[in-house]
Design a protein around this ligand. Structure first.
Ligand SMILES: *Cc1c(COP(=O)(O)O)cnc(C)c1O
Length: 341
C-alpha cells in the first residue's frame, strides 16, 4: 500500500469519474465548439456569480494569464513573500508579463489591508514602478493551508478600489477554504476581478484549472491563453472530470481536513516532532526536533512506502486528499510510532 502525501495533486480519477469522462460530448475547443468545456465554464461562472470563465491546462497558466491581463510591462504586483505566483511559477510574472513583485511580509501567506496600503506606489513618481495588481491566495500553499479572514479580504478590496488596482485570487484550493469556513462561491465572485480555481488538487480531476472574470477580462484571457500555447482541442474529456468533481467532490473535502487534524494529533504525541503549524484544511506543516536527521526520517518513511516533501528551513509537509483513506491513516500512525531517533 503506497501512501503518497506529497500533494493533493497525486490523486487519480475514480472509476465513476473516468466513466463520466468517457461519455463526454466533445468538439474542437479552439473553435469554441466543445460543448462539455462550455458547460464547465458556464457552471463555474454561474456558481460564482461572475460573467464568464475559461478552461486552462494548469493553475499556473490561469494565474499567469490573470497577471498579464491586469498589468503592463514594468508594473508591479503586490503579493505575499510566500505567494505561489512569486515562488512557484518559474519567475513567470517577469518572463510573461515583464512585471516585478512587491512582496509583503505577511503571516502564513496572508497579510493586512494596511500592509497593502504601504506597498502602493505614487503613480506620479516616475522613479518607482506603478502598482496595478494585488494577488492573494486562499488557502495559502506555503502557509500550510491557512484560510483568510473574509473581512480582511473586503478591506483589501477597498484599498484596490481606492488606488485603482485590480484584485486577483489564486484560488487553487479555494474550495477547501469555503467548506471549512462555510463561505459560498458568490462571496468570492463579488469581491475579485479574477479568480483561478484548480480542479486537479483536492477536487480530484486529473487535469484542469479555470479562470473566472468579467466578459471583458475573459475575452482578453482567451487571446493570452492562445499566446501561451494553452488552447486545446477535444479537451471536453478533461472538462468532464471537472464537472464530475464539482458535482461529487466538494463536500468530501471536509474528510481530508479531518484526516489532516488526526495526523496532527498523532504527531503531537511524538517526542521527535518539535512543532506543528495550525491545521485548518488539508495541508500539514511540521518540524522535527533538532536531534533528528530530516533525511533519515524521510528515508525511513519511504522504506515503508510513505511519501512527503521537505519545504526547506526544516519544514516537512503532508497533504491529505481523495486517495488517502482511513486504512492508510492507521498504517501511517503505526509507522510514525516505530521511528526511533
Ligand atoms: C497548485 C497551485 C497552483 C497551480 O498549479 P498548477 O500545478 O500549475 O496547476 C497555483 N497556486 C497555488 C497556491 C497552488 O497550490
Amino acid at each position: 500500500m503506497e501512501i503518497n502525501l506529497i500533494s493533493d495533486t497525486v490523486t487519480k480519477p475514480t472509476r465513476e469519474m473516468l466513466s463520466f469522462m468517457m461519455e463526454a460530448e466533445v468538439g474542437d475547443d479552439v473553435f469554441m465548439a466543445d460543448p462539455t468545456v462550455i458547460k464547465l465554464q458556464e457552471k463555474l461562472a454561474k456558481m460564482f456569480g461572475m460573467q464568464d470563465a475559461l478552461f486552462f491546462p494548469s493553475g499556473t497558466m490561469a494565474n499567469q494569464t490573470a497577471i498579464k491581463l491586469h498589468t503592463k510591462p514594468a508594473d508591479q504586483l503586490i503579493c505575499d513573500k510566500w505567494a505561489h505566483v512569486y515562488n512557484y511559477e518559474g519567475g513567470g510574472a517577469a518572463f510573461n508579463s515583464g512585471v516585478s513583485c512587491s512582496l509583503i511580509d505577511g503571516s502564513r501567506g496572508m497579510f493586512r489591508a494596511e500592509q497593502v496600503k504601504y506597498a502602493v506606489h505614487d503613480p506620479e513618481n516616475i522613479h518607482i514602478p506603478e502598482t496595478t495588481l494585488v494577488a492573494v491566495e486562499n488557502t495559502t500553499n506555503k502557509g500550510g493551508g491557512a484560510c483568510w479572514d473574509y473581512n480582511e479580504l473586503i478591506k483589501i478590496k477597498n484599498v484596490c478600489n481606492e488606488y485603482n488596482m485590480a484584485y486577483h485570487l489564486d484560488g487553487a484550493r479555494l474550495f477547501n477554504a469555503m467548506v471549512e469556513k462555510n463561505e459560498t462561491p458568490k462571496d468570492y465572485g463579488k469581491l475579485f476581478d479574477t479568480i483561478s480555481i484548480c480542479l486537479s488538487k483536492g477536487l480530484g480531476a486529473p487535469v484542469g484549472s479555470v479562470l473566472l472574470g468579467s466578459k471583458e477580462h475573459i475575452k482578453k484571457a482567451l487571446r493570452i491563453r492562445k499566446l501561451f500555447g494553452g488552447a486545446m482541442r477535444q479537451c471536453g474529456y478533461l472538462a468532464a472530470a471537472g464537472i464530475y468533481a464539482l458535482d461529487h467532490h466538494i463536500m468530501r473535502l471536509k474528510e481530508d481536513h479531518l484526516r489532516a487534524k488526526k495526523i496532527g494529533e498523532i504527531l503531537s504525541g511524538l517526542s521527535y516532532v518539535s512543532n506543528i503549524e495550525k491545521i485548518e484544511t488539508n495541508i500539514l506543516i511540521f518540524n522535527l526536533d533538532k536531534s533528528v536527521s530530516e533525511n533519515e526520517f524521510i528515508e525511513f518513511l519511504n522504506k515503508h512506502s510513505i511519501y512527503l516533501i521537505s519545504m526547506g528551513e526544516g519544514k516537512l509537509r503532508l497533504v491529505t486528499h481523495l486517495d488517502f483513506t482511513d486504512k492508510m491513516l492507521d498504517k501511517l500512525e503505526q509507522v510514525l510510532k516505530k521511528f526511533k531517533v
